[in-house]
Design a protein around this ligand. Structure first.
Ligand code: GSH
Length: 210
């Protein structure tokens, strides 16, 4: 399978998961902007990463769906919910949905204010509001990580996704240090060999606790 990614993006979460499960993959690392080029749009008309292309031609998109598909394909990896435990599966889906559809989305106006507002002179305000939303989410997640370095008491694909978001938190005033548990989580994730390999593969560096 091929994983299409761009450095620093949420596709890193899928890259980490692939490293954790040990499934062979080919990384297609694109530059920002290449995602809107015709050859990539032919693969994923949505123009976003991650996309996973299977050898049989199927293309999968949406990080939460890809991550839970990987969990199901590799139950032995123990990075999701135990097979048959519907409450644990619910909790995993609930958290992945929260991270992808609320927390990630809250960053949108910060990274791309022009998609939300025409008046360039107001972009600073739009970005500030975006980061206010992000800060509220991060406070929630920070509280959830009190006393532990995983969201579910064991390593999971939700941690891989949260790790990516913690890298973006450095854009907040005060950075990750405002959130002591998230800072500790981020540094702990970077001690993980799979995370280190994924970062290296994407040409990215660990950020530590800030
Ligand atoms: N809901 C999608 C969001 C994907 C997404 O927004 N990816 C970003 C990187 S984190 C992207 O490809 N952005 C490129 C762009 O918007 O041009 C998912 O969870 O996979």
């Amino acid at each position: 399978m091929k994983l299409y990614s761009m450095p620093g993006t949420c596709a890193l979460s899928v890259h980490i998961a692939l490293e954790w499960i040990g499934e062979p993959y080919e990384l297609v690392l694109m530059k920002h902007g290449d995602n809107l080029a015709p050859d990539y749009l032919a693969i994923n008309p949505g123009g976003k990463v991650p996309a996973v292309a299977l050898d049989d031609g199927r293309v999968f998109t949406q990080a939460a769906a890809i991550l839970t598909w990987l969990v199901d394909r590799h139950p032995q990896a123990g990075i999701g919910a135990p097979v048959g435990d519907s409450l644990a599966r619910f909790a995993l889906y609930e958290t992945l949905s929260y991270l992808t559809s609320e927390v990630h989305v809250a960053f949108g106006p910060f990274f791309a204010p022009q998609r939300f507002f025409d008046d360039e002179s107001r972009f600073d305000r739009v970005k500030r509001k975006s980061l206010e939303q992000v800060a509220a989410h991060m406070a929630t997640l920070d509280a959830r990580l009190a006393g532990r370095n995983t969201l579910f008491g064991h390593r999971s694909v939700a941690d891989a996704y949260l790790y990516v978001l913690t890298r973006w938190v450095d854009n907040l005033p005060g950075g990750i240090r405002t959130f002591a548990n998230l800072a500790r989580f981020r540094a702990a994730m970077e001690q993980d060999a799979g995370v280190a390999r994924a970062l290296g593969g994407q040409g990215m560096k660990p950020l530590g606790a800030g």
